[in-house]
Design a protein around this ligand. Sequence first.
Ligand code: ADP
Length: 731
Amino acid sequence: MSDQYVKVQVEQMKSFGEDAEKEGVDTEEQVPGSSPSASVSPDHPTSTDASSTSLPCKQTGKSRSKPGREDKRHTSDVASQGSVVSSEKNLNRLGYERTLQVKGTGKILQRKSEPNGNYVTIHTSKNIEEMRREEGFKLAKKRRPVTVDTSKAKTSLEALKISIKQLKWKEFPLGRRTACDIYWHGVSFHDNENIVSGQVNKFPGMIEMLRKINLSRAVRTMQELFPEEYDFYPRSWILPEEYQQFTTQIHMVKEKDATVNPTFIVKPDGGSQGDGIYLIRDPSDLKLMTGSQAKQGVVQEYIQKPLLIDKLKFDIRLYVLIKSLEPLEIYIAKEGLTRFCTELYQEPSQKNLSHVFMHLTNYSLNVHSGNFVHSDSQSTGSKRTLSSVLYRLAAKGVDIKRVWSDIIALVIKTVIAVVPELRVYYQADIPPGKPGPTCFQILGFDILLMKNLKPVLLEVNSNPSMRIEHEQEVAPGVFEYVPSPVDEEVKVGVIRDTLRLMDPGHKKPTVPQQRAGGFEQGEEIPMEEETQEKSQDETGTLPSLCLKQVYPKYSKQFNYLRLVERIAALFIRFLGVKGNMRLGPTAFRTFIRTCKLSGSNFTMASVDILYIDITRRWSGATPDSREAGMGLQAFVEAFFYLAARRFKSLALREQVVSLLELCESQLGPQSGVEERRSLSCSRALPRTVKTQAPCLANPQLSSPAPLRRAASQDYRHQRFKPRSLRANVEN
Ligand code: ADP
C-alpha cells in the first residue's frame, strides 16, 4: 500500500467532509435524507473494477469534481494494480472510518482517521459479507427511525401498522407537531393540507385522472396516436356526449351484419365496487338520466370471452407503485390478487344480462352471494393470489411469461397515458420552488384476461382497498370483518416494500436514462430479471422486495410513446402563474408567437378564434376547473389541429412529432424539452398510423377516437366535452 494511495484517500475524505459541510449535510448524525446509505458499505457492491476505487455516491462526484493531478494518477495506479476497492462508512467529522478491500484476497484494511490520516487498524481475516452485515446492524441501530404519520390512513391502517412494525419504524397515529418523513393518506393528497416536507402517498389529481371518463379520454388520445399499442383498452364512449355516436355506430354494425350482437357494459363515472354498472345489448336500454340530470359515465364494449378458471370469470388486481413522476419510476408488485365470480360463466344473452355474480368480478358484490368461498388457502376460494392462478395456468401449458410481459407493457402504457395531466396537477399543487412534499402512490390495476390470454385493462383505482380483513356473514344477514390471510399476505408486502423504497435514508440514484431501457421495442419483457431487486434491508431480516421496477428499466421500449407528455411540457411552460392549470388567451397567443406558428395563412385573429372555440366547448361542464381557460386536454386538441394544419400530408403521429420538434427547436435547450426529446421520441416517426385501434371483441366497431382526428382537420366540427369530477370513494 503506497503512502501516496493513503494520502489520496485522506484527501478524498477531507474533500467529502468539506462538501458535506457546504451542503449542510450533517455528517455527525445519520438523519433520514442525509442518505446514510450512500456512505454505508453494505449498500455498495463489492465491485472489483477500478471505477469503484473512488468514493461512492454523492461523495464520489464531489471528490472527483476537483481532482488534482495526484488524484488522477492514483486512480490509474489503482486501476493498473487492480488491487484495491474502497468503501466509505460513517464519515463523521471526528474520527471517521474507512475500509479498503484488497482485491482478490478478501482482506479488509480499516482505518480510523488519525490527525495524520494514517491507517491504524488492519483486519485481514474478516469475511467481507460478515463485515458488511455488522456495519449494517450498527447503522440500523444508529439511524433515527423513519417517522410515519398514520393519522389519515383510514382502511389501510391495519396493513400499514404491521408494515411499520416490521420495518421498526416509528408510527404517529395521531399525527405529529413536527414534520414526519412519510404521510400516509387514505383517500387523497389533500387529506392533510398542511404538509410542507416529507413524502405523501398520494399525488394531487390522481383521483380525478383515474375516473372512468378521464381515463378513457387519456387512453383514447394515446389510441389516436398509437392505435396498435393501446388496443388493450375496450372501446368506450363517453356519456352523455357521445351517445349519438354510440347509437349510430351500433346500428351501422348491426345493419352490416345482422348476426353480430355485441354487448356493452355501462359504468357511472365516479362509481366503484360495481355500483350502478349494468349490461346492455341495445343502445335504447341506456339509462341516460337521473331525474333531470344527465348521467355521466362510459359505455364500453363488453369482453364476451374471458379466460375462465373452474368455469368462472375472474379478474386480476395488480398493485403498481408510482414512485416518482419526474423522473418517471414505476414498480409492479410481483404478487397480486384474483377475484372470482360466484356464478358459472355463460356468454351474455338477453336472459343472463342481469346476473351480476356471473359477469362482475367485484369482491364487494360477490361476497354477498351465497356461493362466495372464503378460504385461508391462497389457491382456492373466491379470492386467490395471482401467483397461484399463474401457477395453475402454467401447469396447463399457458405461456405465463408472455402473459406477464403483456401485463407489464399494459401497465407502463397506461401510466404513460395519464402522466401528462398528472404533471399539470402536480405543478399546480406543488409548484417548483414552493416548499411541499414529494409524492408516491400505490394504484390498483384491474385486468381481465381474455380467452386468448390477451390482458385487457378494465380500470385503475387510485385508492385500491388495502384492507386485510374481509366481510363474513356470521349470522344470516349479519356481516363482520374477519382477518383475511390472502389479503394480508399480499397487501402488507406491497405497503411494507413501498415504504422501503420510499425510505428517505435509502434514496438511491435513479437509473440514468442512457443505461436504462434494456429491451427494445417489441421485445418480450422477461418474467424475472437476472438482477433481482436487491433487498434494501440492512439487517437482512426482511424478505427481498416484492416490488419490481419496470420503468425506467424498460424505458427504451416505451419512451417513444411519451409524446403527449412533451405537449404537456409546452403547456406547463406557457401556464405562467404558479398554481395555474389553464392557459389564458394571452398565454396561448404567446405560445403561438414564440413557436412561430402563425403566418399569413394563419393570422393571430384565427388563433384567437381557435382558442375561443376549443375553450368554449371544454368549459362550462368542468366542475373541477380552478379557473377559466384552456386545460391540457383542450390544448392537446388545439395542438393536434395545428399539427394537422401545418403538416397536412403526414399521418397524425408524424404531424404531432413534427410540430413538437418545431416548437421545441424554437424554445431552445433551456426549455427542458431537449431532455424530454431524448426521453420520448425518436421512434415515433417510422411507423404508419392506423386510424382505428383493433376492436377487442367486435372488429366491426370503430372507436370514437378517429372522429376527433378527422375533426382536427376542422376543429369546429368536433363534438366532445371536457371531463367531469365527482368525489371518489375507497373501494
Ligand atoms: P368498478 O369501479 O365499479 O368496480 P369496473 O370497471 O372495475 O368498475 O367494472 C366492474 C366489473 O365489471 C369488473 O370487475 C369486471 O368484472 C366487469 N367488467 C368491467 N368492464 C368490463 C368489460 N369491458 N368487459 C367485461 N367485463 C367487464
